[in-house]
Design a protein around this ligand. Structure first.
Ligand code: UD1
Ligand code: UDP
Length: 387
């Protein structure tokens, strides 16, 4: 096997968690073959949005932190491109690994492709078919800059083919002759790995939160469409409060800083009302191990997060998706996730239906065998072997 230098670009919370699957697989199986350099753009910077994951998930501290922080899309992305470009010129990696669809992903794609460094895109091919989402633009541009594309689901793989990617391409792979793979999801690897660890390391967490197994609903909200349009955010939160009171069930809400900012600055009265409601536990973002415990033991999940939607499936929990469309279409086709947007009637209907559902829901294995990170690394090494 050749010895290669790989740059792993992270920035937002879910990317740090995803990178832990790759870092772990490098440590366990490929430490002689792959030198990993972690570049953190600094898109997320609060302790509970960043540092906590490096500590808890045993990821090497970033070799570079660009410290970009929050800003409008243009400024944030351009600062990241500048910083990443400098690192790439200095480090001259063999390839650049990108995850998902954030501005950090896009910045990595633009910086690396223009300097002709091969890009590996993990979570390729996902589409919402809604180009008003910043993430949709980021995904499309990142996929079309990549050399190896790892699609986590059948639907994602088919999307790539519809956009002109050819599964029959043969090596040598380049940006003009990319290779697409149908793999599983590295977040499933992570769930399998961390679920039992969470029980041990966070023993007593639920009790400390006064939560009873199967007797609370887990809620996360952070999508710009839900947090920035305050009427929409208000409607969602008042609907959830109503449902909690009517159904005598606690809602646990580890809220993203973006959502807290909107509440504190634009919906102060509502924030006050919510924090005084006995049925609502609004808490800061939790660590990944704590999140796993919350997901594993809840009755149902309500979310607009991509990652949390899938984790609802890994832990066999019904899920209400506060969006009008999803990239993880297999969950909706399976009937265990329901798209409600921010429509109070639809949210109520699906909530009540999941609360009263006595039918046994099925959770087929859509996301691979838990060894996706190893598969990806092996394919990366093969690409360099064939050169
Ligand atoms: C980003 C991604 C989104 C992903 C999410 C994961 C883009 C375009 N969006 O959205 O796809 O689902 O991360 O969580 O890249 N903030 C803090 N502290 C932090 C980070 C953010 O207070 O550590 C606040 C700031 O007010 C900031 C706002 O959150 O303006 C939004 O942060 P940003 O990184 O721009 O987008 P996310 O909503 O986090
Ligand atoms: N997550 C976490 N703590 C929280 C909320 C989420 O560890 O308080 C994890 C969650 O388990 C999932 C990932 O963060 O693995 C999802 O990130 P997020 O919802 O921010 O982004 P998305 O997946 O929508 O891009």
């Amino acid at each position: 096997m050749p010895q290669i230098k790989l740059i792993n670009i992270v920035g937002a919370r879910p990317q740090i968690i995803k990178a832990s699957a790759i870092s772990r697989a490098i440590r366990n199986y490929y430490s002689k073959d792959i030198t990993e350099i972690i570049v953190h753009t600094g898109q997320h910077y609060d302790k509970e949005m960043s540092e906590v994951f490096f500590d808890e998930l045993e990821i090497h501290k970033p070799h570079y932190n660009l410290g970009v922080g929050s800003a409008g899309h243009g400024r944030q992305t351009s600062l990241m491109i500048t910083g990443i470009e400098e690192v790439l010129i200095k480090e001259k990696p063999d390839c650049v690994l990108l995850y998902g669809d954030t501005n950090s992903t896009l910045a990595g794609a633009l910086a690396a492709s223009k300097l002709h460094f091969p890009i590996i895109h993990i979570e390729a091919g996902l589409r919402s078919f809604n180009k008003t989402m910043p993430e949709e633009l980021n995904r499309i541009m990142s996929d079309h800059s990549a050399t190896l594309l790892f699609a986590p689901t059948n639907a994602a793989f088919k999307n790539l083919i519809c956009e002109g990617f050819r599964p029959e391409n043969s090596p040598p792979y380049t940006i003009n002759n990319p290779k697409i793979y149908l793999t599983g999801d590295i977040m499933y690897d992570n769930t399998l790995f961390f679920a039992s660890l969470a029980e041990k390391k966070k023993e007593g967490f639920l009790e400390k939160m006064s939560l009873k197994r199967d007797n609370y609903v887990l809620v996360t909200i952070h999508r710009d469409t839900n947090t920035d349009g305050i009427d929409r955010l208000k409607e969602i939160l008042l609907t959830l409060k109503f449902l909690a009171e009517e159904n005598d069930i606690v809602l646990v809400m580890p809220l993203h800083p973006r959502t807290i900012v909107s509440l504190k600055t634009r919906l102060e009265d509502l924030y006050d009302e919510l924090t005084h409601c006995a049925y609502l536990k609004i808490i800061p973002p939790v660590s990944f191990l704590e999140m796993i415990l919350l997901e594993k033991n809840c009755r149902m999940i309500v979310t607009d997060s991509g990652g949390v939607q899938k984790e609802s499936h890994f832990f066999r929990k019904p899920c209400i998706v506060l969006r009008n469309e999803t990239e993880w279409v297999e969950l909706v086709n399976n009937g265990t996730a329901k798209l409600t947007g921010a429509d109070p009637d639809r949210i109520k209907q699906e909530f009540l239906s999941f609360m009263s559902s006595h039918s046994v829901l099925e959770y087929p294995g859509f996301y691979g065998d838990g060894k996706t990170a190893e598969f990806i690394l092996n394919e990366i090494l093969l690409m360099f072997e064939k050169e």
